[in-house]
Design a protein around this ligand. Structure first.
Ligand SMILES: [Zn+2]
Length: 275
């Protein structure tokens, strides 16, 4: 379904995990971000692109390499791909592809395009790198912590910040890479919100927001969650879970990632000799 639409931007939302896919139509080119998830949802995005495109160039940006964000790549074979250098050089490609195959075979999913790991045409290597696509200007920022290969994208023309799997209103931080990198990335996000004042924030899962106070609140809530994880591990007093489930809901789905976060933070603190 379409979650949000305004001049220059359309945000699609999957029925699965409320994963977002964004189409930016500004500056003479079309940019698709993370097309996902089910075959008919991707077909819908493909049809939408074909309707609005005319002869314009197509770009495809991946916010990070999690399987749910990349599985639509080959539905847009003519698009030039933008992602981080860490994404391009990811040593876990085969594992990620295996997760897609696992998902598709578990649910007998049939897709009318091949599954493969995206080949990157435009690599984001430096924090703050600018990509000019036609008259559209993207500012790209490195955003490790969730995964090591994440990026934030600020679309200057329409003041949109695309956050990948950060700053969600329905998920606490999922930490696959490092809680310290995650913390720094949240501070960078907070700085970006202050300096760039995005008109619209698009997370990888859940609701977009146009409200500055909510953007800041999402940063704060994510930081607080990281602190609570460390506090719980170091003090041995347990995590204040009741509050967590009041805030985020979907307890049955989110319990496992929460436990994995606790285990990761415990390993981090042990490695630093703090636990
Ligand atoms: Zn992710």
């Amino acid at each position: 379904m379409i979650q949000y639409k305004a001049p220059g931007v359309t945000v699609f939302e999957s029925a699965l995990y409320r994963t977002t896919a964004t189409v930016i139509d500004t500056g003479g080119v079309i940019l698709i971000v993370d097309p996902n998830f089910l075959p008919q949802e991707i077909r819908r995005i493909r049809c939408f692109i074909d309707e609005i495109r005319k002869d314009r160039e197509l770009y495809l940006l991946f916010t990070h390499s999690d399987y749910d964000h990349i599985l639509g790549w080959q539905a847009f074979p003519e698009a030039k791909v933008i992602a981080s250098s860490a994404f391009a050089n990811n040593s876990g490609k085969e594992n990620i592809l295996e997760q897609i195959r696992q998902f598709d075979e578990e649910y007998y999913i049939r897709r009318n395009y091949p599954i493969d790991y995206p080949v990157v045409d435009i690599e984001v290597a430096a924090d703050g790198q600018v990509a000019e696509l036609g008259e559209a200007r993207l500012q790209l920022f490195l955003a490790p912590g969730h995964t090591a290969d994440g990026i934030f994208t600020f679309v200057e023309n329409i003041s949109v910040l695309i956050a990948g799997d950060y700053l969600s209103n329905i998920e606490f931080p999922f930490i696959y890479d490092s809680s310290y990198a995650y913390e720094q990335t949240l501070r960078n996000a907070s700085g970006l919100i202050d300096s760039h004042e995005p008109a619209l924030l698009i997370p990888g899962h859940g609701d977009v927001t146009l409200v500055k106070a909510e953007m800041r609140q999402r940063c704060e809530e994510s930081l607080e969650y990281l602190y609570n994880l460390r506090q719980a591990v170091q003090s041995g007093e347990g995590f204040p879970e009741e509050k967590l489930w009041q805030r985020y809901g979907n307890k049955r789905g989110l319990m496992a990632p929460h436990q994995e976060n606790l285990a990761l933070v415990r390993r981090e603190l042990e490695n630093r000799g703090f636990a």
